[in-house]
Design a protein around this ligand. Structure first.
Ligand code: SF4
Ligand code: FES
Length: 203
């Protein structure tokens, strides 16, 4: 599925996807939808094109995430700090591999590749991805893709995700992403957890 950012307006989604609300109820299936990202829509998670806060400051869109690769024996793991939402699925799921108190904080050398891959696939932001070196399966993006509005928080996306800026620049490709829908992220379009600071509540 492809998301196109609009300047101070909704995400436009195209492709094969399912949109779920905060109660995991199906709102609609593809092929196109406009999703609220200012946090004000009366028809959230869909944009109502009426309540838009046209000054919510989505002019910072455009810097692609940077990646750092951590080499292992049977699997390499790559991490982008810029899009991590620090939910702890990695440190909780594989503390022997992901430990922020150590340097490097990710060390996939000694552990089993399938176990690490399973933990990485639970990373909701897409800040972790992997590359199997042992002939094991690479991550298969979910088909059709899923977009789920989380309660008082971001959209979680999974699938074959492509994000393009309002000016047509490719911003992101990956199997998972966590995108701001409160309008307050300082790292738009990605969630940076600022919804907690602004005490975002679903409209
Ligand atoms: S978002 Fe991903 S990388 Fe960040 S803490 Fe959660 S699981 Fe780990
Ligand atoms: S939803 Fe906006 S910062 Fe997380």
């Amino acid at each position: 599925m492809k998301l196109t950012l609009t300047e101070d307006g909704p995400y436009i989604v195209e492709g094969d996807f399912r949109l779920l609300d905060t109660k995991k109820k199906l709102v609609q299936t593809g092929e196109t939808a406009e999703l609220c990202r200012c946090g004000k829509s009366g028809t959230s998670p869909l944009c109502d094109r009426e309540s838009c806060d046209t000054q919510f400051g989505a002019d910072g869109d455009g810097a692609p995430p940077q990646w750092r690769r951590y080499k292992g024996t049977n699997i390499d793991v790559s991490y982008s700090a810029r899009i991590c939402i620090h939910d702890g699925a990695c440190t909780f799921g594989a503390p022997e591999v992901f430990d922020p108190r150590k340097r490097p904080w990710a060390d996939p050398k000694e552990s089993d590749a399938e176990g690490i891959a399973a933990v990485v696939r639970r990373c909701p932001s897409g800040a972790l991805i992997y590359d199997r070196l042992d002939g094991g399966p690479q991550e298969q993006p979910e088909q059709p893709g899923t977009i789920r509005a989380t309660r008082d928080g971001p959209f979680y996306l999974s699938g074959e995700i492509e994000i393009e800026t309002a000016t047509g620049q490719e911003l992101f490709q990956g199997p998972r992403a966590s995108l701001c829908r409160c309008g307050a992220s300082r790292n738009k379009p990605f969630c940076d957890e600022n919804h907690n600071m602004v005490q975002f509540k679903d409209p």
